[in-house]
Design a protein around this ligand. Structure first.
Ligand code: PEP
Length: 258
């Protein structure tokens, strides 16, 4: 397993396009976004297009190496009879350097378990990609007082198969399921509370580097709430779905906190 160096907590602005923006729209997005967004030396901007648009993204952004990009998921296996699967080993050749793991839509729609997420993290790290481990509770879990237990289990089980040296290479995204795509945003206080739980868990886990690990917030982030969310203690960036699809709105988000 390769061991990405532990990074300081550089703010990360991450866009998850999900199943939006095919190759044609991707080219148009990059053209408009790059006209509005200047390179930031104090933050990382990373976009997760659908896999079918990776080549279009790489081509359109070839003169903007500051724009990093990644895949939204990888298969637990590296090759073979897995129709539609994406092998982590094949990703670097596209130019992509990041991968999401454990997004709540993968967990809900495709049944990804914490053990699957752990196997995917192993593949992602073996391929030399930078993983973003997504965790978050449902409304029912939050309302029944299980926020901390849910986050702790998701993290503990996902990092279980990783060797100690690899664990410090993860970025985390706290994404309350009830805030994803709903227009409901966690209050800055809710986000700070959850981020503190994640960081406490990292401080207890062998190999993790709680103080140097970036923890992003995700869930209905938009230009109107980005500054408030980013100002919360322990919020090191954002993972954005809907509001990242429009290049103007994404440029406004990526300008925050500067
Ligand atoms: C996401 O899918 O990770 C997400 C946070 O989506 P949205 O911003 O649309 O809530």
């Amino acid at each position: 397993m390769s061991h990405p160096p532990s990074q300081p907590r550089t703010p990360v602005f991450a866009a998850n396009w999900k199943m939006s923006h095919g190759p044609t729209e991707t080219g148009a997005f990059v053209e408009r976004f790059t006209a509005r967004h200047s390179r930031r030396s104090d933050a990382t901007v990373v976009i997760f297009p659908p896999a079918i648009s990776l080549a279009a993204f790489a081509a359109a952004a070839s003169d903007r190496p500051d724009l990093e990009f990644g895949v939204q998921d990888v298969h637990t296996e590296l090759e073979g009879a897995h129709t539609s699967g994406i092998s982590a080993a094949m990703v670097p050749a596209t130019g992509a350097t990041w991968a999401l793991a454990g997004h709540s839509e993968r967990r809900r729609e495709f049944g990804d378990t914490d053990a699957d997420v752990g196997r995917k993290l192993v593949r992602i790290l073996e391929a030399g990609l930078r993983p973003v481990l997504c965790v978050g509770e449902t409304l029912e879990e939050r309302e029944s007082g299980r926020l901390a237990a849910v986050l702790e289990t998701q993290i503990r089980e996902a990092i279980r198969p990783l060797d100690r040296e690899s664990r410090a290479g993860l970025v985390y995204a706290y994404e309350p399921v009830w805030a994803i795509g709903t227009g409901r945003t966690a209050s800055p206080a809710d986000a700070a509370e959850a981020h503190a739980i994640v960081r406490e868990q990292l401080a207890r886990a062998e190999g993790c580097d709680a103080e140097r690990t970036a923890i992003l917030y995700g869930g209905s982030v938009k230009p109107a709430n980005i500054e408030a969310l980013l100002s919360g203690p322990g919020v090191d960036g954002v993972l954005v779905g809907g509001a990242s699809l429009d290049p103007d709105s994404w440029a406004a988000i990526c300008a925050a906190g500067g």
